[in-house]
Each structure stands twice: as structure tokens, then as C-alpha cells.
Design a protein around this ligand. Structure first.
Ligand code: ATP
Ligand code: MG
Length: 226
């Protein structure tokens, strides 16, 4: 089975996450996408809402899509969440014969060099890098190519379906490995959790930026008010 893994802080999950995940589900014909909220995010500053609240909101948001699932694997593991550990754990749980696709925004992918065991991670699963307002995919391709060359990772990116310099989508095969990196443009939805948190704090509306159920959960639990 092809399985999508969408990692993030999800503080809170919002409609940007859901819209792009649905696009990727359809495009890659993924029967399942797991939303995996991180425990303590390693590259973020400031207090993050408890794993329990974030999982609850992911559950509410994914409830109505039969292909969307939530996973508390990182929150349960506790401590800093490293994607390589998560991928290994999921692979172990599912056993052999599955393709894992890690879905990541271009803004997050540009920091991939700082992730634990980035070399191993890049070959442990396939990557789907999606565009995000302000972060172009051509730049992501250039960044990752430079990174691999700099680190002498012995990973050779081979473009498999497009002419060089053509517009995205691009797909790259990591030679000698069964992994691929797909750079896929998605509708540019200018919604972020940071903005949602600040809107709530200022008492402003977040309607239509998060599912109604998540908006209600935030209100009922008095989240993000300070
Ligand atoms: P924050 O502002 O707190 O960083 P966020 O909106 O970026 O929150 P994250 O939980 O950090 O949400 O994102 C999880 C993943 O979803 C990341 O890979 C991120 O790039 C991607 N993502 C988040 N929002 C969007 C969006 N509007 N369009 C495309 N990708 C997105
Ligand atoms: Mg983010």
C-alpha cells in the first residue's frame, strides 16, 4: 500500500493542511494519509500546546475524510520528535511491501539538512515537497541539489519526468536507492498556524481557516488566548 505521512506541529491543524493533503491524496492516489503531530518540535521556539490538544484537533479535522488518519506515535514517544525515528517505527509497524511518502512543505524542506540523520531519512522513504506561499519549488530543487553535493552524500538526483528548467512538477530519483523526491505545486493557501494563534489572541475570527469543529474546540478550551 502507498501511505502518506504528513508531519508537523499542527498547532493547530488548519484548512491549508487539509486542502493540500487532499490534493496530494488524489494526485498520488494514496489510500491513506496519516497526520502525525510532533511532540516537542526540535526546530521551534516557544511553548507549544500539549500533544493531547493538538491530537484532539487533528482527530476532529480528519474525522470526515475516510482516507485521513491521525497518529499519536510522536506524542506518545515524547521528547524531541525526529522524523527518521517515526519513519522507522511506521515501517516496522506496517511490515514490508509498503511505500511511504513523507509530505512536507517547501518551507520546512529547506531545513532538511538540520534534521537527524538526513542522509538516511532521504533514502528511507519517498518525499513529496509541496509549494507554499513565498517558497518556490525551483528554489527547493536548487537547495537540495546543492546540499547533496556539499555533503557528498553519494546520492545522485536524477530527474525522471521533466525537462530541466521546465515548470514543476518535478520528480527526482535518488540513484541506487528506492527513494524519490517529488516537487509538486499545490494551490497556494495562505493560512498558517502562527497567524491563527495570533488572530485568536487578538480576539479576531478564524472562521473558514480551520474546520468548524476545530474552531469550537479552540473556543471551548480557551486555547491560544495568551
Ligand atoms: P506554524 O506557523 O506554527 O509553523 P504551519 O502553518 O507552518 O504552522 P506546521 O504544523 O508547521 O503548520 O506545518 C506542517 C507541514 O505542513 C509543514 O511541512 C508545512 O510546510 C506544511 N504546511 C503548513 N501550512 C501549509 C500551507 N498553507 N500550504 C502548504 N503547506 C503547508
Ligand atoms: Mg510551520
Amino acid at each position: 500500500m502507498d501511505i502518506g505521512i504528513f508531519g508537523g506541529t499542527f498547532n493547530p491543524i488548519h484548512n491549508g493542511h487539509l486542502i493540500v493533503a487532499e490534493q496530494i491524496r488524489e494526485r498520488f492516489d494514496l489510500p491513506r494519509i496519516y497526520f502525525v503531530p510532533s511532540s516537542v518540535p526540535p526546530h521551534k521556539e516557544g511553548p507549544v500546546l500539549s500533544g493531547e490538544h493538538r491530537i484532539n484537533m487533528v482527530n476532529l479535522a480528519t474525522d470526515l475524510n475516510p482516507c485521513f488518519y491521525s497518529s499519536s506515535i510522536e506524542v506518545d514517544r515524547g521528547g524531541d520528535s525526529y522524523t527518521i525515528d517515526t519513519i522507522c517505527e511506521i515501517k516496522k509497524d506496517f511490515g514490508k511491501g509498503h511505500n511511504l511518502y513523507f509530505i512536507i512543505g517547501a518551507d520546512a524542506f529547506k531545513d532538511i539538512h538540520a534534521w537527524k540523520d538526513c542522509h538516511r531519512l532521504l533514502t528511507a522513504c519517498k518525499f513529496i515537497v509541496i509549494s507554499r506561499p513565498g517558497v518556490g519549488l525551483k528554489k527547493s530543487v536548487a537547495d537540495i541539489t546543492a546540499l547533496l553535493a556539499k555533503l557528498k552524500l553519494a546520492l545522485v538526483l536524477k530527474m525522471i519526468d521533466k525537462q530541466k528548467d521546465a515548470d514543476p512538477p518535478y520528480s527526482y530519483k535518488i540513484e541506487k536507492h528506492r527513494s524519490d523526491i517529488f516537487f509538486v505545486p499545490v494551490p497556494q493557501i495562505d493560512i498558517s498556524s502562527t497567524r491563527i494563534r495570533s488572530l485568536v489572541k487578538e480576539g479576531m475570527s478564524i472562521r473558514y481557516q480551520v474546520p468548524d469543529s476545530v474552531e469550537l474546540y479552540i473556543k471551548r478550551n480557551g486555547l491560544y488566548t495568551e
